[in-house]
Write a protein that binds this ligand. Structure first.
Ligand code: ATP
Ligand code: MG
Length: 748
């Protein structure tokens, strides 16, 4: 286990220590509707990693509740990915579809409790009845159906007696819940579709929100770890388990931030589009961020694990620089693979004063790689160098071969150019050169100074290979789809030449081609007759990136900062921002989120210019604004930093509660309206007037005599219940502080 502990491990440890669970069980629950990508790798590392660290179990569960999109080939790809990353799932692979009968029984139990009903409202009306973030919804007229009627209809739904969409089963929760997800969520829908495992047995399929918590419970999962977009689903998760009375040990849901990488799309849907549209060659195309793609390209499992480990586990979404992933693989291969010579763009060089041939012994590994092994490089009169290593009219600072400048052939002799041979079009086709016999590498007594050493291959023994050079699949940092594809993401070089030992001795499958980068013998297309190599990554960070802002410092050089007991790496710039923000009074987690995200910190600082209220501004920026900036650029937002500051000003002045501020934010985000106007036109101004609040309190007290008694008998927790009811009666507009005080006074 890494010595620094993330917030999930902190939770797990506390739960084990308090005895809440004897053993930890996690699960990785993909939907088999596409090949897994590096985001899934992150989730795999977290779930399996935690189970390993605490001697628990991790299940691999196919979340197969959507029959039209799922397939066994995706199941196989998911299994491959987990195995390749080096993890083992507990027992056999699990399938949500195996629990369909059990989940169906739970649905019937809810119906019998009066907690679920068959709704026959059409989709459009259902949407209207749901209300909005600022308005409560209305319950469908079908919610009054009797238990018997519900049971009968549900049975008919199951038996396929209705068409798709005719009815749904819904939980009866709360149509005015502030969390829109709790407004009578769907539990089952009708779908006449063949399921790749369950066959045609079912005409109804459970929704994620119903199936997931129950599957977790059935498997004895303790920590159900998922990504942030499920935060609002957590209430349903708990409602289902609590309402069904499924108690200890029962699972709880914990969310972490989804991994996003720039220049990359990371949704199975978008990846499927590329595969089906033929923009890439299958799911394992080495340009894709799929595990199969990385594997085929030549990435090592270690490099992916190191990357996932290095970026840490966050609670706020952010974008990781693809350069960090490239750093990981380079760092891993640098310590491992043989160095060999390959010429990608061969230019013939005839060494006019050399006769005969010789073999030069050369180590595969540099001194700092603790590995042994060498090969013999054939050398003779006719060799090839790379076209880019000769310049007839060199620019300033060009250190390789020119008509005036000598160069060393790596491991061999120094040569100088005597004559340039061109074809009728003026293209250079050959160089006639001379070598210095006393300049051999290791025994050089020539006294000649050269500025560089270049790769070369001897012409008669070099092997022809195909090299596939990959660049980023997308040319834009936050790509949307096909319109952002990089047209030059694949370059196929058919006639590269490589030294013979690579093909004859096969010292490895991954190599550093000196001065070019790291390459991998393609596991599918490679044959001895037609060897094919994939470029994994260049030797240095690619130049397009260098012009941009400096990437976050790689792990080794980065400074480490403690945040809530968690050690995280930060660059110098990030560290400076972090310090500044904590001095403004932000807690370390919020400061960390802002400091690491240039877009967010920019927006935050701009809002501060309008109103100096760092804590409240940071709160809305790291939560609500951050969610929007995940998909958009600042100039695409419907609202400005100034308007956010104005919104916060109303909170600061207790004109509105922070809960209402969230509703106002949603409006601003939808239509770009001014926050003050939204508050005025919707009458959202906070109610602090006891004359309005007291009658509501009396009403609630009158309605709940039992709870009043319990409260008076010492159950002080019920204070929260009353406050909640009163706030609800004010539709969230009540001033929580005032309501709290008044409720406490009235009850005593
Ligand atoms: P996609 O949108 O790419 O299809 P998904 O979330 O629908 O992804 P699932 O197959 O449902 O994919 O996900 C399986 C698990 O992997 C879930 O727990 C999910 O939260 C997690 N996961 C998916 N994408 C990411 C990501 N980018 N970063 C971290 N975890 C992820
Ligand atoms: Mg999904």
């Amino acid at each position: 286990m890494s010595e620094s502990k993330d917030f999930l491990r902190t939770i797990v440890e506390a739960d084990l220590k308090s005895g809440k669970y004897k053993e930890v069980t996690t699960r990785f629950p993909p939907e088999p509707n596409g090949f897994p990508h590096i985001g899934h790798a992150k989730s795999i590392c977290i779930n399996f990693g935690i189970a390993n660290d605490y001697n628990g179990h991790c299940n691999l569960r196919m979340d197969d509740t959507n029959p039209t999109k799922e397939d066994t080939k995706y199941v196989e790809a998911l299994k491959d990915a987990v195995e390749w990353l080096g993890f083992e799932w507990d027992k056999s692979v699990r399938y949500t579809s195996d629990y369909f009968p059990k989940i169906h029984e739970y649905a019937i139990a809810l119906i019998k409790m009066g907690k679920a009903y068959v709704d026959s409202t059409n989709e459009e009306e259902m949407r209207e009845l749901r209300g909005t973030v600022t308005e409560a919804g209305k319950r469908s007229k079908y919610a009054n159906r009797s238990v018997e009627e519900n049971l009968e209809l549900f049975e008919k739904m199951k038996n396929g007696e209705f068409k798709d969409g005719e009815h749904v089963l819904r939980a009866k929760i709360d149509m005015s819940a502030a969390n829109m997800k709790m407004r009578d969520p769907l539990l089952y829908r009708i779908k006449h579709a063949h399921h790749f495992r369950a066959g045609d047995e079912w005409a109804i399929y459970p929704m994620y929100d119903f199936a997931h918590c129950l599957s977790d419970y059935i498997e004895g999962v303790t920590h159900s770890i998922c990504t942030l977009e499920f935060e609002n689903n957590r209430d349903i998760y708990n409602w289902v388990l609590d309402t069904l009375g499924l108690t200890s040990p029962r699972p709880y849901q914990h969310e972490f931030a989804r991994l996003g990488i720039n220049y990359t799309v990371m949704s199975k849907r978008k990846l499927l589009e590329l595969v089906e549209g033929g923009q890439v060659n299958g799911w394992d195309d080495p340009r894709l961020p799929t595990i199969a793609g990385y594997k085929r390209r030549g990435y090592t499992a270690e490099s992916i694990l190191n990357f996932c480990d290095g970026i840490g586990i966050a609670k706020a979404n952010s974008m990781v620089d693809v350069a960090q992933l490239e750093f990981s693989i380079r760092d891993d291969l640098n310590k491992k693979v043989p160095r060999v010579m390959c010429v990608l763009d061969p230019l013939k060089v005839t060494i006019v004063n050399y006769e005969g041939s010789e073999e030069i012994e050369a180590s595969y590994y540099p001194h700092d790689v603790p590995k042994e092994g060498s090969r013999k490089l054939p050398f003779a009169k006719e060799i090839y160098i790379d076209g880019a290593d000769f310049e007839e009219n060199p620019p300033k600072g060009y250190f390789r071969l020119t008509p005036e400048q000598a160069v060393r052939l790596k491991y061999a002799y120094i040569i100088k150019c005597k004559e340039i041979i061109k074809d009728t079009n003026g293209n250079i086709v050959e160089i006639k050169a001379e070598y210095y016999p006393n300049s051999k590498s290791g025994e050089d007594s020539s006294g000649i100074k050269v500025k560089s050493a270049i790769q070369w291959v001897e012409s008669t023994q070099a092997k022809k290979i195909e090299v596939r050079v990959y660049d980023r699949l997308f040319k834009t940092e936050a790509p949307e789809g096909v319109e952002d594809l990089n047209p030059n993401s694949l370059q196929v070089i058919k006639n590269a030449l490589i030294e013979p030992a690579v093909i004859n001795q096969k010292p490895d499958v991954r190599f550093q081609f000196e001065r070019e980068g790291y390459f991998y013998a393609d596991p599918i297309d490679y044959t001895d007759e037609n060897p094919v190599f994939n470029k994994i990554v260049g030797l240095k960070e690619s130049s397009s990136k260098k012009k941009k802002a400096p990437k976050p410092a790689p792990k080794a050089e980065a400074k480490k900062v403690q945040i809530d007991g968690e050690v995280v790496a930060m660059s110098k710039e990030e560290q400076a921002l972090f310090d500044k923000y904590t001095q403004l009074g932000l807690n370390s987690e919020v400061a960390n989120t802002l400091a690491r995200d240039a877009k967010l910190s920019h927006f935050f600082e701009e809002a501060l210019l309008t109103r100096n209220s760092p804590v409240n501004i940071a709160n809305i920026v790291t939560n609500d604004v951050a969610r929007e900036l995940k998909q958009k650029e600042i100039n695409e937002l419907k609202f400005s930093a100034k308007q956010i500051a104005e919104l916060v000003e109303m909170v600061d002045n207790e004109l509105i509660s922070s809960k209402i501020a969230k509703q106002v934010f949603e409006e601003m985000n939808k239509n770009g309206a001014n926050p003050k106007e939204i508050v005025e036109s919707k009458g959202l101004i906070q109610i602090s007037d006891p004359a309005i609040i007291l009658p509501l309190i009396e009403e609630i007290i009158a309605k709940n005599p039992e709870n009043v008694e319990k409260f008076k008998a010492g159950n002080t927790k019920l204070l929260g219940f009353f406050v909640g009811q009163v706030l609800k009666a004010t539709r969230g507009k009540g001033n929580p502080k005032v309501v709290n005080e008044l409720v406490a006074r009235e009850l005593n």
